[in-house]
Design a protein around this ligand. Structure first.
Ligand code: NAD
Length: 314
């Protein structure tokens, strides 16, 4: 039986990874300190004998007894509200946490997958973003606590591969959405859905012409697991190349939610990227992976999930 450690397993993406791995018959050790995730996200998995939830802070010390075949390193605050609220924790989990997770993979001879991000491209001067692009990140801007932590994690992962021969992979995940996101986590999609469902104004940053490319969680998880099962080191982009402006995204969500919320334009955050679209040809070529869920289908599913929780309908 394959035994996989998922760090940050009680978070949004991590909880889906734990679920899929168990579905296919793997044993899963989920490690989390619940900084931005919650045991509720994996409560439905607790009764499965192949699942273990361990509360631990990865920046301190990581120990897992017995066999470990894969380490999927997903622990890190990910939404701007979260990492701006926890700047030092974010830098620590990206540096010390990644060091400890890599140490575990090295000790066990396991494959290691780093959850990196499209944010390593910063405010990109190349569009769409290919893996060969080095990025445009302000090292002292407010977002640097996340962006630079991930860039350091990528560097550390590469050094473990080159110096110790650890079997590593880097996935650069683009904006992913779906059920189980927190309505107040500050990311555009949960914010717009919450506002649309409760009739509040939908707050679009700037003039809303900045673009995003959003990927439904099932597609992202499939891409990550395909990479984990391959021998490809990456870095590889996983995301949906369908690009839309933030204003278009807000209007689509408002329509799908059947809402009449007005749209309010608010200040744009510092260093907010102007464009975002993955070039996914490397993932298609090396992993045979392509996103399949249409944006409206994914948004509908997410809106339904939020509606049930926020207003108890649908
Ligand atoms: P999330 O905040 O829901 O999950 C992160 C999890 O990590 C949480 O459960 C949190 O409690 C845990 N964590 C944080 N610090 C920890 C520590 N020191 N020790 C143990 N656990 C710790 O975020 P998410 O959206 O699920 O993102 C998961 C990973 O994927 C992150 O590494 C993020 O950078 C990456 N990512 C996500 C997206 C996205 O669109 N969701 C995009 C790019 C990259």
């Amino acid at each position: 039986m394959v035994r996989t450690v998922v760090t940050g397993g009680a978070g949004f993406l991590g909880s889906y990874l734990c679920e899929r791995l168990l579905e296919r018959g793997d044993a899963v050790v989920c490690m989390d300190n619940f900084l931005t995730g919650s045991p509720e996200n994996v409560a439905h998995l607790l009764e499965r004998p192949a699942f273990r939830l361990v509360e631990c802070d990865l920046t301190e010390f990581v120990h897992v007894s017995g066999q470990v075949d894969q380490v999927l390193h997903f622990a890190s605050a990910a939404s701007p509200i979260d990492y701006l609220r926890h700047p030092i924790e974010t830098l620590k989990v990206g540096s010390l946490g990644t060091l400890h997770a890599l140490g575990l993979a090295r000790e066990k001879g396991a494959r290691f997958v780093l959850a990196s991000t499209s944010e390593v491209y910063g405010d990109p001067l190349e569009h769409p973003q290919r893996e060969t692009y080095w990025g445009n990140v302000n090292p002292v801007g407010p977002r640097s606590v996340y962006d630079e932590a991930k860039r350091f994690s990528e560097s550390l992962t590469t050094a473990y591969r080159n110096s110790y021969g650890t079997d590593t992979a880097i996935v650069r995940i683009f904006n992913t959405y779906g059920p189980r996101m927190r309505p107040h986590d500050g990311r555009a999609i949960p914010t717009f859905i919450r506002q649309a469902l409760t009739g509040e104004p939908i707050t679009v940053a700037g003039d809303g012409r900045q673009t995003r490319s959003v990927c439904y969680v099932d597609d992202t998880v499939e891409g990550i697991l395909t990479l984990a099962d391959s021998d490809f080191a990456g870095p590889v982009n996983i995301g949906n190349p369908t690009e839309m402006s933030v204003l278009e995204l807000a209007r689509t969500i408002r329509d799908l939610a059947g809402s009449s919320s007005p749209i309010d334009f608010v200040d744009r955050p510092v260093d907010d990227p102007g464009v975002r679209r993955p070039d996914t040809s490397l993932a298609a070529e090396r992993l045979g992976w392509r996103p399949e869920v249409e944006v409206t289908t994914g948004l509908r599913r997410t809106i339904d999930w939020f509606a049930e929780r926020l207003i108890g309908t649908r």
